[in-house]
Design a protein around this ligand. Sequence first.
Ligand code: GRF
Length: 217
Amino acid sequence: MLRIGVLVSGSGTNLQSIINACKSGELNAKVVIVVSDNKDAYALRRAEHAGIPTSVVMKEDFRSRLDFDMEVVRILRESRVNLVALAGFMRIVTPEFIRSFPGRIMNIHPALLPSFPGLNVRQKAIDHGVRFSGCTVHFVDEGVDTGPIIIQAAVPVYPDDTEEVLRDRILRLEHRIYPKAIELFEQGRLRIEGRKVFIKGMKKQEDGYLVNPPLDS
Ligand code: GRF
């Protein structure tokens, strides 16, 4: 069974979706440790409620980003994780962290990468006037939100959307695609070649499309 370590900083709704998928049997996996850099993160309460061990690692207790990351690596190794899932973890991990789990770190980002990397991306998408945004699960490389893309989901964006409305529209799909990305990983169906992730046995949607506004509007 796949042993997942989840890194969080905030409310942990993505963590919850992964926990739920493990509990329901949809995922042949188990969240074995939740690490937070924020002792007040609601995600920690979700983990405790699910009986999952937690660990809080505070940046002020470390002299450098590297020391911080090496402590997190130590915790994850102690829990013998096979996959590290960043789920609203508000820190950029060091190259040393990435090298500790090669090809085994995923992140979820609330935009259609490579558009809108970084922070406050829903507001940026609204302000730019795009017709679609969405979410992306990708492997983590040494850049910010630049790693090979595993799965994306698109949602329409409207000029009068508020950040909150768009956030919820995207979040509903985040909760579906993160467990799916983990499932594909667990099934050994993902192969990274350069920037691309090939998925074994993937169905193609040759005629699939999305248009916003709809062509009949
Ligand atoms: C999500 O929007 C995720 O895409 C981003 O941070 C947010 C975390 O939300 N990386 P939650 O803590 O999972 O509720």
